[in-house]
Design a protein around this ligand. Structure first.
Ligand SMILES: Nc1ncnc2c1ncn2[C@@H]1O[C@H](COP(=O)(O)OP(=O)(O)OP(=O)(O)O)[C@@H](O)[C@H]1O
Ligand SMILES: [Mg+2]
Length: 237
């Protein structure tokens, strides 16, 4: 059955760029996929992505469905049914932002998505919990014997002078993850919160080009099914 697609953005670590990537990817896909209904669900109690994107809302395409530890049961059911309803329409693409800590059983809902985008900086304080998070998600996928969601690590806030990704790849080598090209640290991005103008605000910078490359990568490899086909072929070999 043809259905819509969804992208989760998550990491148990806070402050790594989940909401930034969610909102900019929303903007990227809205510009690229003219015909599609591009949607965003903010599952984080803080509602950062929701607040940023609300001025751009058209109908019900931007929603805040806070999931917290305390109200876990009910809000998880709500998030699950909203996402299922959104995915039932084949012409939709939905991003889901999640809070740090990734409460309760959100991972079960993430399992229906095409990928989980996992931003991290290259500092060990962020990398260590990120690697634990990836390990946990990888194990859950393995126990369910499923190829998706693809786990995609996005190195974020990387200083232009630090392009050595070996620490990252060394620590991830036994896991089923894809590392995307990095995103630079850019002061314009840090100040985007007030009066969100989308990717346009970063135009002419290195970050802008990097972000377009990230969006293209997600679109052309993950959403197109190419990455899944590559894994399939690998398994049959
Ligand atoms: N590439 C970047 N360059 C500069 N600043 C960035 C970049 N990416 C994110 N930031 C800044 O880092 C801070 C944290 O980003 P963001 O709110 O997106 O993280 P988060 O993972 O959603 O945090 P939380 O866990 O609190 O939800 C913000 O001030 C944001 O503007
Ligand atoms: Mg956030």
């Amino acid at each position: 059955m043809e259905q819509g697609q969804s992208i989760f953005v998550g990491n148990i670590k806070g402050g790594v760029g989940k909401s930034t990537l969610t909102t900019l990817l929303f903007d990227y896909f809205q510009n690229k996929k003219g015909k599609m209904k591009v949607q965003m669900v903010d599952a984080d109690r803080q509602g950062t992505s929701f607040e940023l994107l609300e001025p751009m809302a058209m109908g019900d395409n931007i929603r805040h469905v806070p999931v917290s530890d305390r109200f876990d049961g009910l809000s998880l059911v709500t998030l699950d049914s909203i996402l299922r309803r959104m995915r039932a329409n084949p012409d939709t693409l939905t991003r889901v932002d999640t809070g740090a800590g990734w409460p309760g059983n959100v991972w079960q809902i993430a399992m229906m998505s095409e990928c989980i985008i996992i931003p991290t900086t290259l500092s060990w304080a962020d990398l260590r919990p990120t690697i634990e998070f990836v390990q946990e998600m990888d194990e859950r996928k393995e126990s369910l014997d499923t190829l998706s969601p693809h786990l995609i690590i996005v190195p974020n806030k990387v200083p232009p002078s630090q392009r050595d990704m070996s620490m990252l790849s060394d620590n991830l080598k036994d896991l089923n993850v894809v590392v995307s090209p990095p995103l630079s640290d850019l002061s314009v991005v840090r100040h985007m919160s007030a009066n969100f103008k989308g990717l346009e605000a970063a135009k002419g910078t290195r970050f802008y080009d990097e972000f377009i490359r990230l969006g293209d990568f997600i679109d052309e490899y993950v959403l197109s099914g190419r990455l899944s086909k590559m894994y399939d072929a690998g398994e049959r070999r």
